[in-house]
Ligand binder design. Structure first.
Ligand code: ADP
Ligand code: MG
Length: 321
């Protein structure tokens, strides 16, 4: 590591936007020292975004900085954990100060919203990539697992589906006039932290949607040992997403497209009142989209009540990571 890279750490990473009382030692030594409050479990998650694979070259740096943190806060939300700290590994081909300033401004804006302190990281030269580890706190026994769904539970999703996928397809096709509503769904996702916290103790299982509803719901079904019916007519869609699907004759988009970062959760009917009570705290809409059933497998029911079989395009999420 060169002198300029040490200066880079000092200039961009060493003074975090948020300082928390439970950080005994943040950036600057060999390790950070963090005080885990008594009676809490530490929830830890990590995600990497690689240029050209997880984001398009030329992506707005402010939104990219936001998204690097957002995708990890989404994982904490899916567990019902409260975000606390983060470490960030940055690999850059060259030092571009205005670019980094914008990247950290986006990162810090979201960090402030959720009181997340950046407590350390690593800075290296190489092909552009960002790895973030986020740390959250959750009461023992309250974490939302993928394995808790049971037959008869209702299946819900927060927010809307498929908007990020519609934006990505348009960008990949070189479309220039993309609605900013769709574009933000891809580039600046809103992690459902408040919803995750409020659903802890109410939902029976939860996962965040990063790889598409069909694949991610299957993870819940595999972990829980059951199946599910999803009603296609109930899937929450932005008008822009619906228009895109009609234009491309693609009814599978909200099932297969990734990057939604919404929460998918299951809940027994006995918790219906509890859910109604926390709705104002969630910070987003929730929509019931289906039911958990005993027979394994995933069935999609269209508005006429018939089972829809996905076509061969179905597998286009299979080789994504
Ligand atoms: P070491 O050689 O002991 O791993 P470094 O020289 O890599 O330490 O980093 C010096 C300090 O700067 C450490 O506290 C580290 O956590 C912090 N740091 C380095 N890169 C980043 C970054 N991208 N974001 C936040 N903190 C960073
Ligand atoms: Mg060291």
């Amino acid at each position: 590591m060169t002198g300029s890279e040490f200066a880079l750490i000092d200039n961009f990473f060493a003074s975090p936007a948020v300082t928390r009382a439970d950080v005994s030692l943040g950036c600057g030594d060999d390790c950070a020292l963090l005080d885990i409050p008594p009676g809490r479990q530490l929830a830890v998650t990590m995600d990497t975004l690689v240029a050209g694979r997880h984001f398009l070259p030329g992506t707005d740096p402010w939104r990219l900085g936001w998204k690097v943190l957002a995708v990890n806060l989404s994982d904490l939300a899916a567990m019902g954990a409260e975000p606390a700290w983060a470490t960030l590994a940055v690999t850059l081909p060259a030092i571009d100060e205005p670019w980094l300033e914008a990247f950290m401004a986006g990162f810090s804006t979201l960090a402030r919203q959720h009181a997340v302190q950046l407590v350390g990281g690593d800075t290296t030269r190489g092909p552009m990539a960002f790895t973030l580890q986020a740390h959250g706190l959750v009461e023992p026994g309250r974490a939302l697992l993928r394995s808790g769904a049971a037959p008869g539970d209702a299946l819900y999703v927060t927010g809307t589906l498929g908007g990020a996928g519609a934006a990505l397809q348009q960008l990949q096709q070189g479309e220039t006039e993309i609605s900013d509503t769709l574009r933000r769904r891809l580039e600046q996702p809103e992690p459902r932290v408040l919803a995750g916290r409020a659903l802890a103790g109410i939902a029976s299982a939860c996962i965040d949607l990063s790889d598409g509803l069909a694949g991610d719901l299957q993870h819940v079904l595999d972990a829980s040992g059951c199946g599910s019916e999803v009603e296609l007519g109930r899937l929450p869609l932005l008008p822009e997403t619906r228009a895109f699907m009609q234009q491309h004759d693609d009814w599978q988009l909200p099932l297969t497209a990734g990057d939604d970062y919404e929460l998918l959760f299951t809940m027994p009917a006995s918790r219906e009142k509890a859910l109604q009570a926390v709705l104002p705290e969630l910070g987003c809409e929730v929509t019931r989209i289906g039911t958990i059933v005993p027979e394994p497998g995933l069935r999609f029911i269209d508005e006429a009540g018939s089972v829809r079989e996905p076509g061969h395009a179905w597998d286009h999420f299979a080789d994504e990571d």
